[in-house]
Design a protein around this ligand. Structure first.
Ligand SMILES: Nc1ncnc2c1ncn2[C@@H]1O[C@H](COP(=O)(O)OP(=O)(O)OP(=O)(O)O)[C@@H](O)[C@H]1O
Length: 568
């Protein structure tokens, strides 16, 4: 119930569209019943007047039937238009809302979710929520309003028939849907999680296709995906079977109600209280009134799937970012020296300190090299500085302003990052560069590429700046991709530069090009460089060595670092 109320609150801005859609579907339902009942009565009256050789004014009912048919058609068209329009507006608003909640959680708050699972939440789970209005809320509210109106109308003709019709509608509109919901709850919820697992596995397998082939694990992974696919199909089949059974039962309830109504009305007609043609009116009225509740078993059955999807979305939407923004943000610092004092940080209360009492000072415009064995806390230091993760004890400041007094967005606006894993989007080189400065002119883009020593190579591509880089820059060489991320940092022109293994994985020639570009990029900037490469250390003013989250106190020369295996 809590989830339903929350969904309703999310849909609140679209209440006018939603109400209009429901009102139109009530018009469709009522005009449909009126059309069929009147048609039944009309045909029966014509037949009876023909048999009895009596005069019958057929103009008025014929015109009414035509009018109702036109009304039903137009209302049905408008209802489809309005309800689908409302649903599409809702879905796009929900997607933007969800992405808005997801983004501040990255990367710390999302590391426990698989990419495919997040994709499934953003796409399939949000899509499932269209059921809530289109297939659940609108049909249920419209059925309730239409049922009251129809029973009130029938009570003017026959109270007994209204009672029978009401009981039948209660069975088909409440009891059967509730039973359908119960049968569909478990497979519906399971379907959502299986669908997400399947998507996550397929994404993983595509990404790791090379490794799967090398290790001969393609068949095993295929069997795993096959098993998930079968489980998904089994649940879908179960749900379709349930839906089919309950809609047949609903039809049966309609037929039985109609026959009971006919049996009840015959003596009334015999007694002359009602005209004989009204038998057809009553029969058609009762039968067609069940159209109003026909979609409810399916609606209630999909409630399980919809609520499971909603819960998965709310789970992420309710998560708090790991590094909280301050209630009142400070103005940006005017200096860009970096200070840390006895800083301690861990990734979870049960984990060991990743940074254990770090104290350092990097004057504005200086470059600090950070070296240390794998797992010594180098990347954690950058994670703290970028406000991706919070620290538990000690102090950290930029230009004298405490890090925690600045929002994550403020801190990141001061930093440019070049890392081994810097992401290139599957877009053009131009679009990847514009990310750093959307207003950059063509000349500024070329200048950034020139500074990053990659302009000639980019211009040699047939599409130049408009060349697609492929998934994570797959169509570029490692060196080209790295220099494009450096060009992006040139464009951002942030006062603080964070470099994480900027030359890792490059051949000698590319490494030299990247080093030259970095030298230009680091000019006048406060820089922290993580590296295992002694050549990169030639760019820095000072080096600190980390070991098990602590700074090794004495200065260590490059030879010692190489001897210790910390540098290569
Ligand atoms: N996102 C994370 N969640 C939990 N623990 C983490 C996370 N990132 C790092 N750690 C842990 O924190 C410690 C320090 O890791 P960190 O990545 O900072 O080391 P590093 O010096 O950068 O290593 P490398 O040179 O291999 O990148 C390690 O014990 C690591 O397992």
């Amino acid at each position: 119930m809590k989830d339903i109320l929350r969904l309703l609150r999310l849909f609140h801005p679209y209440r006018a569209w939603m109400a209009a859609g429901i009102a139109l579907s009530v018009v469709v339902a009522l005009s449909n019943v009126a059309l069929l009942a009147l048609s039944g009565w009309f045909i029966a009256s014509m037949a009876l007047s023909g048999l009895g050789n009596q005069m019958f004014n057929f103009f008025t009912p014929a015109a009414a039937i035509r009018g109702l048919a036109i009304l039903r058609t137009i209302a049905r068209y408008l209802e489809r238009l309005v309800t689908h329009d409302a649903t599409l507006r809702l879905l796009s608003a929900l997607r933007v809302w969800f992405y808005g909640r997801l983004e501040p959680l990255a990367p710390a708050g999302l590391q426990s979710y698989r990419d495919g699972d997040l994709l499934s939440r953003i796409r399939a789970d949000i899509d499932s929520l269209d059921n809530f209005y289109l297939r659940i809320l609108a049909p249920v509210v419209s059925a309730a309003i239409s049922t009251v109106a129809l029973l009130a109308a029938m009570s003017f003709i026959s109270m007994e028939v209204a009672l029978i019709n009401g009981l039948g509608l209660l069975l088909a509109g409440c009891a059967l849907p509730l039973m359908a919901q119960r049968s569909g709850r478990r497979p519906g919820a399971r379907l959502v999680t299986t669908r997400a697992a399947l998507r996550a596995s397929v994404t993983d397998s595509c990404r790791g296709a090379g490794e799967l082939r090398v290790y001969g694990a393609v068949d095993r992974q295929g069997a795993h995906i096959d098993a998930l696919g079968r489980a998904l199909v089994a649940d879908q089949r179960h749900l379709v079977r349930v839906r089919g059974s309950y809609s047949s039962l609903s039809m049966l309830a309609a037929l039985i109600s109609m026959w009971i109504a006919v049996i009840v009305i015959i003596p009334v007609i015999h007694a002359g209280v009602l005209a004989p043609a009204q038998l057809a009116l009553v029969a058609f009225f009762v039968l067609s009134s069940f159209d109003v509740v026909a979609s409810l078993p399916a609606a209630f059955q999909s409630l399980g799937e919809t609520l499971a999807a909603a819960r998965r979305i709310f789970e992420i939407a309710d998560a708090e970012p790991v590094a909280l923004d301050p209630d009142e943000q400070q103005p940006l610092p005017e200096r860009f020296d970096i200070d840390m004092d006895a800083l301690q940080m861990h990734y979870s209360p049960v984990a060991a300190w990743a940074l254990d009492g770090i104290s350092l000072h990097v004057p504005e415009g200086d470059a600090l090299g950070i070296v240390g064995p794998s797992g010594s806390g180098k990347s954690s230091l950058l994670n703290v500085l970028l406000r991706f993760w919070d620290f538990q004890d000690g102090k950290a400041a930029i230009g004298g302003v405490p890090l925690r007094a600045l929002t994550g967005e403020q801190v990141r606006s001061l930093c440019a990052v070049v890392a081994q894993q810097s992401h290139l989007f599957n877009a053009t080189i131009r679009e990847n560069l514009l990310l750093a400065r959307p207003s950059a002119s063509e000349e500024e883009l070329r200048e950034a590429l020139r500074q990053a020593a990659v302009l000639d190579e980019v211009m040699a591509f047939p599409q130049g700046l408009d060349t697609y880089v492929g998934e994570v820059g797959a169509r570029l060489s490692g060196g080209q991709a790295r220099r494009i991320t450096i060009a992006r940092a040139f464009l951002k022109n942030a006062p603080i530069l964070l470099l994480d293994e900027p030359t890792e994985g490059l051949d000698e020639l590319s490494e030299q090009l990247v080093l030259n570009a970095l030298k230009r990029l680091m000019r006048d900037k406060t820089t922290l460089v993580i590296t295992h490469h002694p050549e990169v250390l030639t760019l820095v003013d000072r080096v600190v060595v980390l070991r098990a989250g602590r700074i090794v106190p004495s200065y260590v020369g490059a030879e010692e670092l190489i001897a210790e295996g910390v540098c290569r």
